[in-house]
Design a protein around this ligand. Structure first.
Ligand code: BTN
Length: 236
């Protein structure tokens, strides 16, 4: 692992994309205490207070195709969920990419991919809320500190989490898609439970059954299995 730390960066994903185009190796990690223009999922902003949380990106070069990137994404969520189990057994992934502890979001993931020299270059950006306690404007967000009532060393969590990615790397490398998906479904929030969703402006009841190989959520509504893309449906 090659860790490069900054006090401040525009954002760690973009810095690492540039570095990867200049030939950086897999397991290059870019960590920034503050990001000036943090990017969230689906074009959102990712704001963090300096020094309270972990923001970093790491590079993996694989033989994955764009089609099987869904399993790459699932593997990333699986590793984070299994790492976070030590803080709460209620560690889940809320489809598509939110990692939640005790039902509240503590971690966001932004993966950016490009293919070059027959290799997939995946820049995995992770924002993990560690010591932040004030979430007044974000009622559905939390941090490891809020869950456990303890303060943590951010660098230490970064090293441990990267160690976990390295420990579980063989599952990704061997393209053990069945195991990856099975593990993902075990972590999937509200799977098999009757839940409320916002669909076309209305509240609908349904049961999350699966995520298909296009990455879409499969929900049973009125005994029929239906497929939803991100933004088509919101789990309430
Ligand atoms: C989300 O919206 O849930 C995804 C958030 C991803 C944030 C991380 S922080 C490190 C990396 N750099 C960024 O600008 N975004 C990702």
């Amino acid at each position: 692992m090659n860790l490069i730390s900054f006090d401040s960066l525009s954002n760690t994903n973009e810095y690492l994309i540039d570095l990867s185009k200049k030939g950086a190796n897999s397991w290059t990690v870019i960590h920034a205490k503050t990001q000036l223009k943090g990017k969230g999922f689906a074009g959102n902003e990712w704001k963090v207070t300096a020094g309270e949380n972990l923001t970093f990106s790491f590079l993996l070069k694989t033989s994955y195709t764009f089609q099987n990137l869904i399993y790459f994404n699932e593997w990333i969520s699986n590793v984070i969920c299994s790492y976070l189990m030590q803080f709460s057994s209620k560690s889940n992934v809320k489809w598509p990419n939110d990692i939640i502890l005790n039902d509240k979001k503590v971690c966001g993931i932004l993966i950016e991919n490009y293919r070059s020299n027959q290799e997939m270059h995946s820049i995995v950006g992770i924002g993990l809320n560690i010591n932040q306690t004030d979430f007044n404007h974000l009622p559905k967000a939390s941090s490891i500190r809020n869950v456990t009532d303890k303060e943590y060393d951010i660098q230490e969590i970064l090293s441990e989490l990267m160690q976990e990615f390295q420990n579980q790397y063989s599952i990704l490398e061997e393209k053990n898609f069945d195991l990856i998906h099975e593990t993902y479904l075990k972590h999937l929030f509200r799977k098999g439970e009757v839940s409320k969703f916002k669909l076309n402006g209305e509240i609908t009841k349904g049961i999350i059954r699966d995520v298909n190989n296009a990455g879409n959520l499969m929900i049973e509504i009125d005994n029929k299995l239906q497929e939803f893309r991100h933004k088509e449906i919101e789990l309430l």
